[in-house]
Design a protein around this ligand. Structure first.
Ligand code: E4P
Length: 223
């Protein structure tokens, strides 16, 4: 299972990458705006620089196109792809997006289809050639649905048809989502920084380590 971080904050990418377990980054326009809401982006190339810095740390960095028509998506996506070979072009799940996915596949440009909320959308994106699809679990939960049921349905369909498209569980809200995604065999989870920080912790690990260190002091030796 691959673990990605869902952020546009380079320091957060650096920190989690330093753990030795990070496989990729997903960004989106909201996450980018959150980092640069005060206008500190400065140069028009700030996003490019941020993506490039992330590409030096991990092999897969999703950068989302903001054009709404296929021609605009192609132009923007091709530019992103020129920045670095680790860039994956993130395309929204629309009919224009489907056309763009097909084009990017023919050009060997990797893609991630975002805003997937149904199995039918997942199938269309896979057939159009998406390398990754991103079903948004937390937003379905927020809307009163069971987000993880969508992952179950997608993984069941994937077993029947052997699509080579990887299923990335997005819109993760808490550590339980990560464990559930793993039990369902999802290929990738993209995890917010705050949730990542919770993953290594368990109260029994803390109390167990405290006891080990107290007992070691009783030995009275230094190694
Ligand atoms: C995925 O690529 C998206 O950036 C992200 O997971 C969206 O999550 P949200 O519902 O927390 O905005």
């Amino acid at each position: 299972m691959k673990l990605f971080i869902d952020t546009a904050n380079i320091d957060h990418v650096k920190e989690i990458a330093s753990w030795g377990i990070l496989d990729g980054v997903t960004t989106n326009p909201t996450l980018v705006a959150k980092e640069w809401k005060d206008g500190s982006a400065g140069s028009p190339h700030a996003f490019e620089h941020a993506v490039l810095a992330m590409c030096e740390l991990v092999p897969c960095v999703s950068a989302q196109v903001t054009a709404e028509d296929c021609a605009g998506m192609k132009k923007q996506g091709e530019e992103y792809a020129r920045w670095h070979k680790h860039v994956v072009v993130k395309v929204p799940m629309t009919t224009e997006g489907l056309k763009a996915l097909k084009y990017f596949r023919s050009k060997g440009i990797r893609t991630n289809t975002t805003l997937v909320f149904s199995l039918n959308q997942a199938i269309l994106a896979a057939k159009a050639g998406a390398n990754i699809i991103s079903p948004f679990i937390g937003r379905l939960d927020d809307a009163g649905e069971e987000g993880m049921d969508l992952i179950k349905d997608i993984m069941t369909a994937w077993e029947q048809y052997h699509f080579d498209t990887e299923v990335l569980v997005a819109s993760i809200r808490h550590p339980r989502h990560v464990a559930q995604a793993a039990m369902l065999g999802a290929h990738i989870c993209t995890i917010p920084y705050e949730v990542f920080l919770k993953l290594p912790n368990h109260p029994l690990t803390d109390s167990g380590l405290k006891k080990f260190l107290e007992d070691w002091k009783k030995v009275g030796k230094k190694l």
